[in-house]
Design a protein around this ligand. Structure first.
Ligand code: ADP
Ligand code: MG
Length: 452
């Protein structure tokens, strides 16, 4: 495979992981320029792309490269400015097609130009389970009384778990029911580049004025603002002026405010001043419900055992779940004979991810073994120190490695109150920072979990 073929297949994979707009923005005019030993050198058009790709997609790109060619162990981005545009070149990404988008045009949804909201994201098609119920309840409350319930509303969680869906659902509900309210959804990258441009062209006042009439400002993936000092400063003022007028602010992030490094303290404390709620991973039952709902939404037919197979095996997040389903639906449309065997073949890439080898059983097993306990001891209702700590470590790892929700962890440990799980997670997190011995223990346990 030559470099351009290699890059082409990486791009083809990457587009499944990110939105079309993002994909076009960040991967336009990129290419592999060389391979030096185990390292791939990728050229990007500017510093902005470089920063963004290396912060956000480094791991994913490397993994994809490595999956294709396992001699590749490292990558580097270099800036290669584009020649002036007179004869527009057709880049690789213009030729790529997303199979599910081309073949599965079930329903066309257009983003609203005024609000930037996509009407496909509603509360009606948002499945609620213990993994997201707090976030859902908070979002509904905000939609019913924007500006006065929780301000800001801060939703965090891993990728593909429904943050964008949920915060857009709030916007859509307000837009439908309170027609006079002006809602605006902006991705944080767009927001930041808006600020940067405004600063550059000396138009900050106009930029701020354009935000002033907004009643509900929704900023997606706000962690993106971290480290961008000028943008944080301007956003701080925007935040305050909206907040003072009881305008609703809704934020999403891949982590809670206290875990966003390089976030100004005054912004952090603003973010923490409202409601913070997480979305985590759905369990098997919920995954099945989500699949059924998607099948119904698309008006398709797919057998129960195939759905069961997907729900059992595709665990990473809801976006992957949808991706897996779409892949099968495309097949099913052309060739009706979809069964579990075929599903197994088609879904290979969704299931055996090297980043997905930990599971509940391994964690319990490894923790018990490490502390010389029997597995059942971890569940003993005792306050003995020799048991309490290993139990807290197990809870911590279920959360940290598997993204279990706190209520789910509590249920696993004999229906304890979920605050016990939160307490265990916080305690171990804190000790991990202060206590080298614990850090070492955790590393060893993790090695055990991931090597088994
Ligand atoms: P995030 O913003 O957290 O990365 P998204 O909101 O983009 O995740 O969700 C990824 C996909 O999964 C979207 O297509 C979304 O509609 C779907 N999805 C996420 N959560 C749910 C849910 N609770 N019910 C139904 N679909 C969901
Ligand atoms: Mg999102």
């Amino acid at each position: 495979m030559n470099n351009s073929e290699l890059w082409r297949s990486v791009l083809a994979q990457m587009q499944f992981h990110i939105s079309k707009a993002n994909f076009a923005t960040w991967f336009q005019n990129t290419e592999i320029i060389s391979k030096e030993n185990e390292k791939i050198i990728i050229s990007v058009p500017n510093a902005f792309s470089k920063e963004w790709l290396s912060n956000k997609y480094n791991k994913q790109i490397l993994k994809t490269l490595h999956d294709i060619d396992d001699s590749i162990k490292d990558l580097e981005f270099v800036i290669k400015p584009q020649p002036a545009k007179n004869a527009p070149q057709k880049s690789i990404i213009d030729n790529l097609e997303r199979p599910e988008e081309i073949q599965l045009k079930f329903e066309e949804f257009k983003t609203n130009k005024e609000t930037n909201l996509n009407p496909r994201y509603t509360f009606d098609n948002f499945i609620v389970g213990s993994f997201n119920e707090l976030a859902h309840a908070a979002a509904l409350a905000v939609a019913d009384n924007p500006g006065f319930t929780y301000n800001p509303l801060f939703i965090y969680g891993g990728t593909g778990l429904g943050k964008t869906h949920l915060i857009q659902a709030v916007g859509n509900k307000i837009g439908d029911e309170l027609k006079k309210k002006k809602v605006k959804y902006i991705s944080s990258e767009k927001f930041v580049s808006g600020i940067v441009q405004a600063i550059r062209s000396n138009n900050m006042e106009a930029f701020k004025a354009s935000l002033a009439p907004i009643d509900v400002l929704i900023l997606d993936d706000i962690q993106f603002i971290a480290g961008k000092n000028k943008s944080q400063e301007e956003f701080f003022h925007v935040f305050n002026s909206l907040y003072e007028k009881n305008k609703q602010i809704i934020l999403s992030s891949d982590r809670p405010p206290n875990a966003i490094a390089e976030l100004e303290d005054r912004l952090r404390s603003r973010f923490e001043g409202g409601m913070i709620a997480d979305v985590s991973l759905p369990d098997y039952e919920t995954r099945l419900v989500i699949l059924k709902q998607k099948v119904q939404e698309k008006n398709m037919d797919i057998s129960e055992d195939v759905l069961d197979y997907i729900a059992t095996n595709v665990k990473k997040n809801i976006r992957e779940l949808e991706g897996a389903l779409n892949k099968l639906l495309v097949y099913n449309k052309i060739n009706q004979a979809l069964d579990v065997e075929i599903a197994k073949k088609l879904l290979k890439g969704f299931i055996f991810s090297p980043f997905d080898v930990a599971n509940y059983k391994k964690i319990i097993e490894t923790v018990a073994k490490f502390y010389n306990l029997e597995e059942k001891n971890l569940f003993d209702p005792t306050r003995r120190k020799e048991i309490v700590k290993p139990r807290q470590v197990a809870m911590f790892l279920l959360r940290k490695e598997l993204k279990y929700s706190f209520p789910a962890i509590a249920r696993k440990f004999g229906g304890k109150d979920h605050t016990t799980a939160i307490y265990a997670y916080k305690k171990i997190t804190q000790e991990n920072e202060e206590n080298n011995k614990l850090t070492e223990e955790l590393n060893l346990i993790k090695q055990g979990i991931y090597s088994a």
